[in-house]
Design a protein around this ligand. Sequence first.
Ligand SMILES: [Zn+2]
Length: 63
Amino acid sequence: MSTHCPVCNKPVKAKYAPFCSQRCKDVDLGRWLKGVYVVPGMDSEEAGSLPPEEPGGGQKHRP
Ligand SMILES: [Zn+2]
């Protein structure tokens, strides 16, 4: 069974599994942290910047 590094597709070294080197390990960790950071950050920002709909604002959605 041969495994390849998900970052650069080189053969994996047991020492750095599942990556081929410390560098690729850091790259993947960076991607992962970035992805985790973006989702909740966008969510809370969107919820905070959107003003609540006021009943007397005159914006009614009627066909
Ligand atoms: Zn690699």
